[in-house]
Design a protein around this ligand. Structure first.
Ligand SMILES: [Fe+2]
Ligand SMILES: [Fe+2]
Length: 313
């Protein structure tokens, strides 16, 4: 089974009616004008969408932060842009903190309304993917006035524990959650105001899960794939989606997406490929060349470890 993981798109509109700029959204829009728009290039998304269609996945997983300030117009734009994928391929989307930017967007379930059928309405969302592989999608984003901490909550943790208790060491579980629960060695630690408040509880449940774990997340805008060595998490593989529209010296055309081919048996080799566009920032989208970096054996230690983590988004 082939999965594509696509991360923090952070779609935005620069011009927003003033009456929508209340509270935290005003700060978010100011940050967009002053900082974010200089490193996020929305035109990089369409080539990614075309490339994903070529990869022809069985399932697309979006790890959240599709929008910047959870505006109805941002959701409408992104739903339309993703339609060539969501109309054709099974898609599951979890919210990121930017999709739950305001209390009213969360209360009115705006994301669920605007992307119907793709954002689960019950959490955690569990489905069986193959004989051995399961998916567990977690809702970890909550609106906050002054920080970006995520929270899963007791009820969801109970549901996650229940799913894990039914799995055996012959099974494998793909966990999709916006927030990481652990960062790679040598990376910057996850800061208090940007991390998942109950990450310790989630990690505790998952480390006791007998199944192989593939933990897919976003939030830190830097793609990585790594596996803890010599710990009680040696059955984990962590993949951080990265941000397809965020540019930097290392990724002048954005950070691409991941293709993950699940093996039939839980502990067989996982084939992980990172698709990244190459060229410079003047390269036209139609002329993007793609570099694919395959991580040869992700059931052992991988080479995808990053040395420093970018600030969370
Ligand atoms: Fe985020
Ligand atoms: Fe983000």
């Amino acid at each position: 089974m082939r999965i594509v993981l696509l991360g923090d798109i952070h779609h935005y509109r620069l011009m927003v009616p003033p009456w929508q700029l209340l509270g935290k959204r005003l700060l978010g829009q100011a940050n967009l004008w002053l900082n974010r728009r200089h490193s996020f290039d929305p035109s990089l998304l369409n080539p990614v969408i075309d490339r994903i269609a070529d990869v022809a996945p069985d399932l697309i997983l979006l790890s959240g932060d599709l929008t910047t300030t959870a505006l109805r117009t941002e959701f409408a734009d992104i739903a339309e842009q993703l339609a060539p994928l969501t109309d054709r391929f099974q898609t599951v989307i979890v919210p990121g903190n930017h999709d739950r930017y305001t209390f009213s967007a969360t209360r009115s379930r705006l994301m669920e309304q605007m992307l119907p059928g793709h954002v689960p309405t019950e959490w955690p969302h569990h489905r069986q993917l193959t004989d051995r592989w399961h998916l567990l999608a977690i809702n970890s984003a909550v609106p906050r006035i002054a920080n970006s901490r995520g929270r899963i909550g007791r009820e969801q943790l109970t549901g996650i524990r229940r799913v894990c208790s039914r799995l055996t060491d012959q099974d494998a579980l793909v966990v999709l959650c916006h927030y990481p629960v652990k960062a790679p060695p040598r990376s910057l630690p996850l800061t208090w105001d940007h991390k998942l408040a109950d990450s310790r509880q989630l990690r505790h449940i998952l480390t006791r899960c007998p199944a192989r774990l593939l933990y897919l997340h976003g939030h830190i805008h830097k793609p990585w794939c790594w596996q803890p060595k010599g710990s009680n998490q040696s059955h984990f593989t962590y993949i951080n989606a990265g941000s397809p529209c965020q540019t930097s010296k290392k990724h002048p055309l954005g950070q691409g997406f991941w293709q993950i081919d699940l093996p039939p048996q839980a502990y067989d080799t996982l084939a992980v490929t990172h698709h990244v566009p190459s060229g410079n920032r003047h390269t036209k989208p139609a002329d993007h060349q793609w570099i694919t970096r395959s991580l040869p054996r992700t059931n052992v230690s991988t080479t995808g470890i990053v040395r420093d983590a970018a600030p969370p988004g």
